[in-house]
Design a protein around this ligand. Structure first.
Ligand code: 13P
Length: 251
């Protein structure tokens, strides 16, 4: 049985004061058992969040990490080993904002994924199609290529200790959500691609949906058989809304 997971990607949001307020809100949430909850603050606030959430059942992750596991001469980057030292358990790999705006290629992401795992971090691999790709019928081809890149480079076994987030680019921050059936169809295809290589890995890996998830649509999405939780952007900046999404995942 897969444990559901709800992850909050804070993106490039927060000041010391707003983060303190959000931590306070998170500390007061009644979180359901059986759901893994994690938040992904900007690098700058990771220490503050790790300290502020001490003793809580909420884990912390980073939104990005370097292509090399160890510290070194790489100005402006953060090594996965430094993230472990700071108290992180997870790291996002390949969020569409980084693929599109920062030009991160599958080759670079393969290295980031491997470097994270080498340090014991759990990578959350983000994959998903643009609106143009969906409208031209290329959704499954795009997602399969993004997933296949890691499988080819690192082997399907790499997903025994990873999470996958399907985030259709057209649903991110737009208020447009994939219907539960649209999301389920892609999740089922992702699991089938993994199962063709290793059915145990395919059955064990958590597949999160991301893209305009809110408390109001979470129950229906999380009710689909291959949706094991969510990667939440905007709604994760509001502790009460985030808590309600976590409770939806616990149902
Ligand atoms: P929104 O929930 O704001 O659409 O963002 C989703 C996302 O990109 C999470 O990584």
């Amino acid at each position: 049985m897969r444990r559901t997971m709800v992850a909050g990607n804070w993106k490039m949001h927060g000041t010391r004061a707003s983060v303190a307020e959000l931590i306070n809100g998170l500390r007061h949430l009644a979180l359901p058992g059986g759901v893994d909850v994690a938040v992904f603050p900007p690098f700058l606030h990771i220490g503050q969040v790790v300290d502020g959430l001490k003793g809580q059942s909420i884990q912390v992750g980073a939104q990005n990490s370097a292509v090399e596991p160890a510290q070194g001469a790489l100005t402006g980057e953060i090594a996965p080993s430094q993230l472990v030292d700071a108290g992180c358990a997870y790291v996002l790999v390949g969020h569409s904002e980084r693929r599109q705006l920062m030009g991160e290629s599958d080759q670079v992401l393969n290295r980031k994924f491997a470097a994270a795992q080498a340090c014991g971090l759990i990578p959350v691999l983000c994959i998903g199609e643009t609106l143009e790709q969906r409208e031209s019928g290329k959704t499954l081809e795009v997602v399969s290529r993004q997933l296949g890149s890691i499988i080819e480079e690192l082997g399907v076994g790499a997903f025994a200790k990873a999470v996958i987030a399907y985030e259709p680019v057209w649903a991110i921050g737009t208020g447009l959500t994939a219907t539960p059936q649209q999301a389920q169809d892609v999740h089922a295809a992702i699991r089938a691609q993994l199962a063709a290589e290793n059915s145990e890995v395919a059955q064990g890996v958590r597949l999160l949906y991301g893209g305009s998830v809110k408390a109001a649509n979470a129950v229906e999405l999380f009710g689909m058989p291959d949706i094991d939780g969510g990667l939440i952007g905007g709604a994760s900046l509001n502790a009460d809304e985030f808590g309600a999404i976590c409770r939806a995942a616990g149902n």
